[in-house]
Design a protein around this ligand. Sequence first.
Ligand SMILES: Cc1cc2nc3c(=O)[nH]c(=O)nc-3n(C[C@H](O)[C@H](O)[C@H](O)COP(=O)(O)OP(=O)(O)OC[C@H]3O[C@@H](n4cnc5c(N)ncnc54)[C@H](O)[C@@H]3O)c2cc1C
Length: 445
Amino acid sequence: MTETLHIVGGGMAGSEAAWQAANAGIQVVIHEMRPKVKTFAHQTGNLAEMVCSNSFRSDDDEANAVGLLHWEMRAANGLIINTADKHALPAGSALAVDRDPFAETVTATLLAHPNISVDYEEITELPDDGHWIIATGPLTSSALGEAIAMETGADALAFFDAIAPIVYADSINTDITWLQSRYDKGDTEENRKAYLNCPMTKDQYEAFIDALLDAEKTEFHEGETAGYFDGCLPIEVMAERGRETLRFGPMKPVGLTNAHKPDDKPYAVVQLRRDNALGTLLNIVGFQTKMKYGAQTKVFKMIPGLEDANFARLGGIHRNTFLNSPTLLDGQMRLKSRPNIRFSGQITGVEGYVESAAMGLLAGRYAAAEISGTALNVPPPETAVGSLVHHITGGAEAKTFQPMNVNFGLFPPADAKAGRKNRKTRYKAYTDRAKVAWQAWLDGE
Ligand SMILES: Cc1cc2nc3c(=O)[nH]c(=O)nc-3n(C[C@H](O)[C@H](O)[C@H](O)COP(=O)(O)OP(=O)(O)OC[C@H]3O[C@@H](n4cnc5c(N)ncnc54)[C@H](O)[C@@H]3O)c2cc1C
């Protein structure tokens, strides 16, 4: 068994993982299929290519969860974040990046590292032995995708995401909504109250359908196919098929009694269901959508009870290869059935450049520790990196698992006294706590 670390995929996650492991003294080989084998989104043969937007999103490390992730990666000498800083463009409080020099610098830095080499080849099988990290991203090549599906079972590997919007539980108006599963089904009180229901009158429903039909939609990227169309239609497509379709689908009002007005029969009901074990996040059931983000916020706030909703993430449907990580991976991001293989990056069910790089940082450190014969604890859930890895490897509901951005709903609640009104103070309590915990984790405490 070789002590070299092999990393498949030199994107955001693979590049960061290689850097972290190589700096810990480990020999690393990156296996990257580009430029020999192309994807529909990548344009170059560079490592860490940004395929679409050039933004690393908010850089506010006091009141924003992705800004906190930047902070944690800087504290851990992250290659991706440090290179992004070097090639930052003016963008207000966001971190926008000059994409070509950014990817060229990451590539040159990795190629110049004495412990790193790059093999430009496609990997098509899961390796039987050795230390491996698979970080092949949302556009994992089809041969490797098939090999992964053979190992995990086809149901545990998705090729499209179908993301319903996710709402912070504490931003919902509970004077209007109530908790009840359809027909009170369930063997425990918790199961009988597993859904949060938002009732609509006929007028509200008609206005909602009009808004759905009028809303601006996003087109698929060239090369993406509309293969999602079985079983997870976007709600606006359902509405286009007939004004009553949603009332017989995800918005059907049957088996439910309005706890606030038992004699009022709702014309339609929107249901939300818990999205994480903490119960801080709820997803709107069956509401996957291709509406543009601005339109989504406007349309979903028309739902009674969600007028003041804060969204942890908005809905979407994309070409996206990702694992059912909560069932397949352990806290060290190893495939339970083949612990010599770790997964990292977007294929583990995080979403975005920054989150993927953060998971690369963690996987690289985990692998380096393992090869060196030491153990590295899972970062605490109070940190941004820890909140993500806890979410994907156990905190998320496995049955409805969909890719996730970092957000404060993934963290254990902090400073409840700050209350709903003072969001800035509340988020500062999260980020202050996270910074102390992250530094302690880095220091090995
Ligand atoms: C069309 C599209 C648009 C996107 N837009 C955005 C956006 O605007 N903002 C954002 O934050 N995120 C965006 N994303 C998500 C973004 O791609 C990821 O968050 C991020 O790049 C994931 O990092 P990663 O390292 O997991 O995968 P990637 O960065 O995609 O890296 C994976 C690497 O693995 C290689 N690879 C694949 N299969 C094999 C194989 N079998 N053998 C060897 N190498 C292989 C690929 O060539 C690639 O270099 C978008 C994704 C897509 C598909």
